[in-house]
Design a protein around this ligand. Structure first.
Ligand code: NDP
Length: 457
């Protein structure tokens, strides 16, 4: 994949970049290593001031940064502005709470026959972050804010279609006051990742991306004995039970499926509805999906912009065609529109069966599968019926059912009567083929720490 900015709304290539040479890459790893030696000696309070300064810059530069993201990957300008604001809030959260999260944790000294015993959290070193284009600022910030606060340095290998956002991020942390090399953007293709992981200066890696990239990076990290956190795809269930508020559920279902033009790992993708309310929910949901406006992502009236890449749109189109060829029904949308740009209409597909790709694969576009089930048990069986386990949604006002869903849905998070999202205050991540490890909260920060036991006799 060339390293280039291509506007998905027009298909026009706007800027291309040469990948870094081996010498440039080696120098960048050297800078990250040197910066780590400095950064780990700075106080948490100092790092917090730098991170707060980054938050202020994000707020001040929100409109320009949002325009850049919209140009590179096609999300609506309104969504891009909200993403910048969310990043600033995450920086402030970690600036405010890192001291507490990284504080020594005393243990019961008598029990371990010591005068003193405690756990200390220390940074690991340069961490490679392989990141995707779908939330080009947030996915990086979610890693960088806690990692830098803990005293690590970051090596950012961003997706090849968002190079300008990647360079902006390096510049942002530098201008906020962090030492040169605290966060370095590596303009390299994915084929360079194995070589970077092999370098002894690189201590760990985090990836947000596809299952295939996850397998490849985990294998490479395994060969080089490097710690990894993997946040991969999902085909999240959205279960609607008879007691649910159907208007609200259908409204949130529409937002969940079409936010970010349908390209979010934690977006609900499979809508599993109890037979008692199936028709009433389907009518509302299909009407909402069909009413969304598809168009220029810079236009405030647009709900859904283009998909980020031509390949991505082709994949979504093939998944829908495969379902239709095998007997599924398209209730709205379906098919690529004519004209420039990689647009795809909000689409609802029913009558899905296990042999269709849409049954088990992640669909990375504004396409919903609608499933009818006749009981709680069948709802859970269908919900857990893919290899993924990232987020899960359940809609029910019955307290006993809410408890059961919290237990039975096999996912990294369960959101009841609300849309799955991420908060700096709560851990984020998946199980099974959706990956392992956690981002955000104190757990996310400690993933890239040496949890050191100190025993004093
Ligand atoms: P990828 O997983 O291919 O890309 C994500 C990042 O991983 C990019 O930086 C990419 O680099 C890098 N990468 C890709 N393959 C490898 C590899 N073998 N070794 C090391 N690094 C690698 O996502 P795509 O953009 O191709 O999207 C494909 C699918 O992935 C989507 O349809 C969706 O299902 C899923 N996805 C999930 C995301 C999530 O948020 N969980 C985000 C994006 C995609 P480069 O750009 O240079 O190829």
């Amino acid at each position: 994949m060339p390293i280039a900015t291509t506007n998905p709304a027009t298909g026009q290539v706007l800027k291309t970049y040469d990948p870094m040479s081996d010498e440039q890459l080696d120098a960048a790893l050297g800078r990250a290593d040197l910066a780590f030696r400095d950064l780990r000696r700075t106080s948490i309070a100092q790092r917090g001031r730098w991170l707060s300064a980054a938050a202020d810059l994000l707020d001040a530069e929100r409109d320009d940064t949002a325009r850049l993201m919209t140009t590179e990957m096609g999300k609506t300008y309104a969504a891009a502005r909200a993403e910048v604001t969310k990043c600033a809030a995450a920086c402030r959260f970690y600036a405010a709470h890192a001291e507490r999260m990284l504080a020594d944790e005393p243990a019961d000294a008598r029990a371990v026959k010591a005068r003193r015993a405690f756990v200390r959290y220390q940074p690991l070193g340069p961490v490679l972050a392989v990141m995707p284009w779908n939330f080009p600022l947030w996915q990086v910030m979610r890693f960088a804010a806690p990692a830098l606060m803990a005293g690590n340095t970051g090596l950012l290998k961003h997706a090849s279609n968002v190079p300008q956002t990647a360079l902006y991020l390096e510049d942002l942390f530098r201008r906020a006051g962090f030492p040169e090399g605290a966060l370095t953007t590596l303009l390299v293709g994915s084929e360079a990742v194995d070589r970077i992981l092999a370098d002894p200066r690189v201590r760990a890696a985090t990836l947000t991306g596809s299952e295939g990239a996850g397998r490849s990076i985990a294998a490479s990290a395994g060969r080089h004995l490097k710690k990894t956190v993997l946040e991969l795809g999902g085909s999240d269930p959205f279960v609607v039970m008879p007691s649910a508020d159907l208007d609200r559920a259908a409204e949130v279902a529409t937002t969940a499926r079409c936010q970010n033009n349908g390209q979010s790992c934690i977006a609900a993708k499979r809508f599993i509805v109890h037979a008692d309310v199936y028709d009433a929910f389907a009518e509302r949901f299909v009407a909402n999906m069909a009413a969304l406006r598809v168009g220029d992502p810079m236009d405030a009236a647009t709900d859904v912009g283009p998909l980020a890449t031509e390949r991505g749109r082709g994949e979504v189109d093939e998944q829908v065609r495969d379902a239709v060829d095998r007997g599924a029904t398209v209730r709205c949308g379906g098919g690529r529109p004519a004209g420039d740009g990689w647009f795809y209409p909000p689409t609802v597909v029913t009558d899905l069966r296990p042999e269709m790709r849409m049954w088990s694969e992640e669909v990375f576009g504004p396409v919903a599968g609608l499933f009818r089930v006749s009981s709680y048990d069948e709802a859970v069986e269908v919900a857990n019926g893919t290899a993924y386990g990232l987020g899960a949604n359940a809609w029910t006002t019955d307290p006993a059912e809410q408890e059961r869903f919290a237990d039975d849905l096999d996912a990294g998070s369960v959101f009841v009567n609300g849309m799955t999202t991420s908060f700096p205050e709560l851990p984020f991540g998946g199980v099974r083929n959706s990956g392992y490890g956690r981002e955000l909260s104190a757990l996310g920060m400690r993933e890239f720490c040496n949890t050191k036991t100190v025993w004093v006799g």
